[in-house]
Write a protein that binds this ligand. Sequence first.
Ligand SMILES: Cc1ncc(COP(=O)(O)O)c(C=O)c1O
Length: 359
Amino acid sequence: MSETSPRLRAELEGIPTYKPGKPAAAGGPVAYKLSSNENPYPPLPGVMETAIAAAGSFNRYPDMACTGLMNELAERFGVPVSHLATGTGSVGVAQQLLQATSGPGDEVIYAWRSFEAYPIITQISGATSVQVPLTEGEVHDLDAMADAVTERTRLIFVCNPNNPTGTVVRRAELERFLDRVPSDVLVVLDEAYREFIRDPEVPDGVEIYRERPNVCVLRTFSKAYGLAGLRVGFAIAHEPVAAALRKTAVPFGVSQLAQDAAVASLRAEDELLGRVGSLVCERKRVVEALRAQGWVVPETQANFVWLRLGERTAEFAAACEQAGVVVRPFPGEGVRVTVGEAEANDIFVHAAEGFRKGL
Ligand SMILES: Cc1ncc(COP(=O)(O)O)c(C=O)c1O
């Protein structure tokens, strides 16, 4: 038998592994997971029943075209079914967008720090990441991103609101940026946290897509709709981008459970968005409490807050864990803390206060 191992693509070397938010310690003291920007509410009873009913036929493949979900989304957003594509979470769809547009020699631009999957999926595609630092206010530097475009640029991610800072780009600056981007470069508006936005100046990407054939909007059922564990997200894009997404999809990637639960969630939207409203109230409470303690907290429009702690990041995360909440540290940079149930937020605010006093 030969001693050599199978040859793998050189591009895979050095890819950082995706770091999921740490789970709450099993069997430990009261512990809440505020590390993955999940929805803290359990599934709605109606959605749960629908998923359980779908589980009864998981010996069968799901509907590969996601017909029911596509029709529901088409009606809801006022877009043709041919402009929709679903995938295994919006991160799955993002990866398909890279497969469809970018390879070795191409460049992909995104702000940094932003969603940690961007460098991973870009490297897997073989393309080169061009990371443009956030401004001092932790916001996308859209002028610098437009300046970074070259003839090799194939795709640009704009994460709005940005993960992990929660900051947003507003209508006028986004339009100005899009006017500068060549029409053969795909701009992906990643709106995973869209439903948590309350700033009226933040544009709805779907409105922008209507006017611009090189804009694609990414949305997910994982956050506001509370289906993170079922893995379903979608893109709204013009042809030929949407068609390319259907070509690059893993066959039968979105389970019937996920499809049916997503449809049931859209139909239970009033109730789900009511929960989002409660989380937005909690967000305001957390931000105000932190600011009153003296922390600098960037304006967040997502279901999390960002504290730039630099070298104290790990220590702060450990203090939170000790208090009973698990947060998401980015070593040497800061922590991202999901807005969760009120008790969890209370514990976090209290831990932040204790830490602040010790500074
Ligand atoms: C900005 C952003 N985009 C996309 C995703 C992916 O979400 P999912 O694959 O669950 O739809 C996340 C998840 O954390 C995110 O923060």
